[in-house]
Design a protein around this ligand. Sequence first.
Ligand SMILES: Nc1ncnc2c1ncn2[C@@H]1O[C@H](COP(=O)(O)OP(=O)(O)OP(=O)(O)O)[C@@H](O)[C@H]1O
Ligand SMILES: [Mg+2]
Length: 333
Amino acid sequence: MSDRYINELLLEYEKLRTNAEQQAKTRQIEVYKKIPRIKDIDASLRKIGLEIAKAVIKGNDDMKNLIEREKKVCTDLRVEKAELLTKHNFPADYMEPKYRCPDCQDTGYIGTEKCHCLKQRIIDKHYDQSNIRNILKKENFEMFVFDYYSPHKFNGEQISPRKNIEDIFKACIEFVNNFDTTSQNLFFYGDSGLGKTFLSNCIAKDLLDKGKLVIYQTSSSLIEILREAQFDNNDTGFKEKLEDVFDCELLIIDDLGTEYITDFSQMELFNLINKRLITQKKMIISTNLSLDNIFNTYSERITSRIFGNFTMFKFYGEDIRIKIAQEKRKKSK
Ligand SMILES: Nc1ncnc2c1ncn2[C@@H]1O[C@H](COP(=O)(O)OP(=O)(O)OP(=O)(O)O)[C@@H](O)[C@H]1O
Ligand SMILES: [Mg+2]
């Protein structure tokens, strides 16, 4: 989880809290003006609170009795206050701060645990940063269709596309289930339209829902970001992007091999992959390139990192894009 995002959110929470408290103060002034007796009640309640605190610190013998007595007085005063408010057509809780989250009173924490509202805000923030918020509504584990993969042998492969994808699917489920303990990285390769991006999106959604920071970039947009970094770009949005590709919990590099390959792009890609491997931050890479082509396209420094540290999954079968287009055509007839 990125500390930067939590800090940003906690600042937002502080503003919410201050706002709620200021508004309560304004309502208090209004009430004191209309019902001066309530001002006296509040003063008495504060005084009693102080007396109880003093007694607790001193540890008087009579402390228990004093607290019992004062508690009774407090309850009577609170009842009187509520009755006065209602009599003057104010809701009984009119003077209380109205927090967005009553559970944590906009502090983001309940004790030392993150409140459910903060957890949800972190997830939302990560979804915003991921670059794939919308597509994940359609591409996720629940929407995965196995029928697109034939159960019959294909092009001399040892196992059918169906059995192959079932194995890959299982490995992906294990990857998300063991995400916190595994140091595995995944490499998806194979022809176009076989569900490589779809499956990486399934993983992304599952992990985003668990509060992880997952960033999706195509290799060309990734190289663009790394290139921009050379030009001292001070734009905060850009800095966040750059930081995220190095620090996020899962980086998905899609369409490796479609970027414009130069010495610069190779060096930057190597640096990124190497840094993430050293800091044990996980990655999924997918590509249309065959293993031979990967060797021919990339420097040995990159290929040895990939082959040494990624679990390789070959996708094969018939192009699902074409199947979907054929289904649509049939339906419209
Ligand atoms: N298992 C699946 N269930 C349902 N739809 C799928 C599945 N796999 C892929 N699709 C759909 O098929 C199309 C192609 O899939 P995808 O984009 O993942 O292929 P790809 O292997 O990444 O192709 P490319 O190499 O061209 O990037 C997409 O529209 C995707 O939504
Ligand atoms: Mg793809």
